[in-house]
Unconditional design. Sequence first.
Lengths: 108, 108
Amino acid sequence: MSYFERHIFFCLNERESGKNSCAQHDAQAGFDHCKSRVRELGLADVGGVRVNKAGCLHRCAGGPVAVVYPDAIWYSYVDNSDIDEIVDKHLKNGQVVERLVLPDDVGL
Amino acid sequence: MSYFERHIFFCLNERESGKNSCAQHDAQAGFDHCKSRVRELGLADVGGVRVNKAGCLHRCAGGPVAVVYPDAIWYSYVDNSDIDEIVDKHLKNGQVVERLVLPDDVGL
């Protein structure tokens, strides 16, 4: 069994090259909103949900991105309503939010 | 299928409280060594291994810690030989390094 039932990692990286990166797309705000909502819903706990900062997740072209483990589902989000949907459907209930899933061919 | 076959996250966090945290135990060196070795072995690729920086993983008492997903296996390591064993056995070959696994009751 996983220590956290679902563990989401948000890339907060900024690339010095000026190429597309998550930090340019306000990834910090997405992380902050996710963390707050997970706490509000009482999901943040061992055996529950953990919202984590991460460095570059190597899929910068799709930024801002986040990945949910152990499910290994990758998301690209735009605003707080996207984050709310990921929290309410996936992190809380295990339903993948298909419309936000990052296509397999999106990399650096 | 997981975008990365194995995705390891190293906590690099330092707690301001002075309580035990991964950064106090040279987590940066563990991360750097793992990243180098994975590259040397040619494992770093889509469909392969990704070595990632992370913020606090919420299991500070066992620091320095790292977690391998999607396997959801948590490790506490001491030195580069521990990292080598995690890379060679687990990241490359999928064998869990039992002697380094973090006990379930180790938290903050």
